[in-house]
Write a protein that binds this ligand. Structure first.
Ligand code: AMP
Length: 292
């Protein structure tokens, strides 16, 4: 496995591989790798001859500088994990190379997909995501890019960008990997203390409660949303950022009857750590969480 930090070197490596007729998959990450990331790397392996994992803690997608400062890092362990999975290149550019002094260009998807959920409560977040992902695409020149369904809105926004900008990149989406109690794995989970960790499991539990209520015939959007919010708010130190029922076809909040495929999405601060999760009603289940 090679570690590359130079943008020019990464581009030269990719061009050599493509000239040799090889297919390249990229897995963009911000590091502090966990089993969710590793599952995407395995998926990338199935898709291509060469796998490039990028590790870059992207400052432009953090609306809160404190959140960026506290974001966990574990580069040495990350490199070992990538090596064990036969990753070909780990690309770790310097922040000053990605955003040199005078940097002033951003890519932004506009419209309904960028007007709900995290786009509202984290202004500018997705602009930072699409900007860095577009830069990484230009540097790595992959044939396919693997992202996690856990960050559903991110995947939809990146898909929109790929389509709108005619990027010759196949978007591959991997399922959410969860802890045994149902909590979606996240680098941020490392920051949860023991009490916060217990409270965090209320997030999948609330989603499961709501999806069971939907299965039992509940169709009122507010009732379903409240089931998730109430489950979380039973715990002290939890602050619900949003809980919304969204129609993924229009990306508008569902006003009337909930239907199969509508997405119940939630974000909450648990002990100050921001966590997100979602479930597609009637289509998805979350294994693990015990509910009454
Ligand atoms: P991050 O390092 O948090 O920016 O995430 C890098 C990639 O890993 C993104 O495509 C995420 O959607 C994906 N990812 C994060 N957590 C999970 C998870 N629990 N299961 C599957 N993919 C995940």
């Amino acid at each position: 496995m090679q570690r590359i930090t130079s943008i020019d070197e990464q581009r030269a490596w990719s061009r050599d591989r493509r000239a040799a007729g090889e297919r390249i998959a990229v897995v963009p990450t911000m590091g502090a790798l966990h089993e969710g990331h590793l599952s995407l790397i395995r998926l990338a392996r199935e898709q291509a001859d060469r796998v490039v994992v990028t590790i870059f803690l992207n400052p432009t997608q953090f609306d809160d500088p404190g959140d960026l400062d506290q974001y966990p890092t574990s580069l040495e362990d990350d490199l070992i994990a990538c090596d064990q999975l036969d990753v070909d290149v780990v690309f770790t550019p310097e922040r000053s190379a990605m955003y040199p002094s005078g940097y002033a260009t951003f890519a932004e998807v506009v419209g309904p997909v960028n007007e709900v959920m995290c786009a509202v409560t984290r202004p500018g977040h997705f602009r930072g995501v699409t900007t860095v992902v577009l830069k990484l695409f230009h540097i790595v020149e992959p044939d396919c890019a693997v992202f996690g369904e856990k960050d559903l809105q991110q995947v939809l926004i990146i898909g929109r960008m790929i389509a709108d900008l005619d990027l010759p990149i196949e978007l591959v989406v991997g399922p959410t990997v969860r802890e045994p109690d149902g909590l979606a794995m996240s680098s941020r989970n490392r920051r949860l203390g023991p009490e916060d960790r217990a409270a965090a499991s209320a997030m999948p539990q609330g989603l499961v409660k709501a999806s069971r209520a939907f299965a039992d015939g509940e169709r009122e959007p507010m009732e379903l949303v409240n089931l998730v919010a109430e489950e979380l708010l039973m715990h002290p130190g939890v602050d619900v950022d949003y809980a919304e029922l969204i129609d993924p076809a229009t990306f508008k909040p569902v006003g009337e009857q909930a239907q199969p495929g509508h997405v119940l999405a939630v974000a909450a601060f648990v002990g100050g750590v921001r966590l997100i999760d979602h479930i597609a009603l009637g289509l998805q289940t979350i294994p693990g969480p015990a509910t009454d």
